[in-house]
Design a protein around this ligand. Structure first.
Ligand code: EPU
Length: 338
């Protein structure tokens, strides 16, 4: 198999921040066979490789002196069912939101809370995307991947993926080593709405018992109201994770800052709303050059036009310093910086 090796490739259309970085080379990988062939392709041997899906979780701070691998496997299908659930599979290059809409059109609910999240199906497990009371890991069955160094085809079940809050094996020990090629979801037949998240509950008609489509529509409406559309205003969604602190640390903080927005976790630790912390530090709407804090959601950094990845990271550092100084809480960046 001989794939086309592109040169001096613009990544502008391949990162949702809209940074005009370039890759020395690029290849479009549209099949599992093409992914397998990479390991024995002499043209790219020993070249740094960057696997790119929708580019919705990356901050490009420079040109990439290697080969960008643009993931393009397509296909969506119901692959089976048992008494409890449907199994639905999608190619890694499918657009996530289109896939969610497609499952509902098949009469299979279960992913509706994750509507309108930018990016591809293959990127979803890497950071275990989550929103409005649901994490992808809860609906995940397995994924197919190719190990870049060897071309070996592999399968990862839920345990192997080690999902956590915006976290997985693929952000840790597995980082940069695999190309995810397809993902299988297990969508339970016994569907119950997840509509407790405050913003979502408000958007739904309190009197009616919402169906999956109503939740999908409400999630889309809430996201459109709060989160910038990256095609208009470049961004990578939440720029920081919501930090998790110990119960004693939370009690100390709560005494000093009674208004702090928090969510107690099953293990007794407490998750803090990073957007609130940043907002309280007065950052909403402010920025450095073209890089700014979104004026409706302080957790989202945006490219107001002409920003560089370096400016976004500089802004992020300034925010981290202020939050640390005032709340003694360390923020952790969510997207990957290159
Ligand atoms: N808040 C403020 N000011 C702000 C932003 C938020 O006071 O500028 C307060 C809100 O009033 C609310 C709380 O912080 O009480 C939480 O805000 P929100 O409901 O907007 O959610 P979030 O915790 O900021 C998380 C996810 C989002 C996800 C939403 C909904 C993370 C890092 N972010 O945001 O995910 O859509 O919950 O579930 O967990 C993403 O990861 O890219 C993302 C957008």
């Amino acid at each position: 198999m001989s794939l086309q090796l592109l040169s001096d490739f613009s990544l502008l259309a391949h990162n949702t921040f809209g940074f005009d970085a370039r890759a020395r080379h690029a290849m479009r990988i549209d099949s599992v066979d093409a992914a397998v062939a990479l390991a024995t392709d002499a043209r790219i041997a020993n070249m740094p490789q960057l696997v790119l899906g929708g580019g919705s979780n990356i901050v490009l701070t420079r040109d990439f002196d290697g080969v960008a691998l643009i993931v393009g496997m397509r296909g969506k299908r119901v692959i089976g069912e048992d008494g409890d659930a449907w199994l639905v599979e999608a190619g890694a290059g499918e657009n996530w939101h289109d896939f969610v809409a497609w499952t509902l059109a098949q009469g299979i609910p279960g992913l509706e809370n994750l509507a309108l999240i930018p990016g591809t199906v293959g990127a979803a497990p890497i950071q275990n995307i989550g929103a409005y009371g649901l994490e992808m890991g809860e609906r995940f069955e397995r994924l197919g991947a190719v190990e870049l160094a060897t071309g070996a085809r592999m399968e990862f079940d839920r345990a192997a993926c080690a999902f956590g809050y915006r976290d997985s094996f693929f952000k840790r020990a597995g980082r940069g080593r695999f190309m995810i090629t397809s993902v299988v979801f297990r969508l339970p037949k016994a569907w119950t709405p997840r509509a407790e998240y405050a913003d979502l509950a408000r958007a739904l008609d309190a009197a009616a018992k919402p169906d999956a489509q109503a939740i999908f529509d409400a999630v889309v409406a809430v996201r459109r109201a709060k989160l910038p559309d990256w095609t208009v205003l470049g961004n990578a969604g939440s720029f920081f994770k919501n930090p998790v602190v110990s119960a004693p640390a939370f009690e100390t903080l709560k005494q000093r800052e009674p208004g702090v927005v928090s969510y107690r976790q099953a293990d007794g630790q407490v998750k803090l709303a990073a957007g609130w912390l940043i907002d309280q530090c007065g950052w909403k709407g402010r920025g450095i050059g073209g890089a700014a804090v979104h004026d409706r959601q302080a957790l989202v950094l945006v490219n107001r036009g002409g920003a560089t990845g370096a400016q976004v990271l500089e802004l992020a550092e300034a925010i981290k310093r202020d939050v640390l100084a005032r709340f003694h809480v360390e923020l952790e960046m969510e997207p990957v910086a290159l």
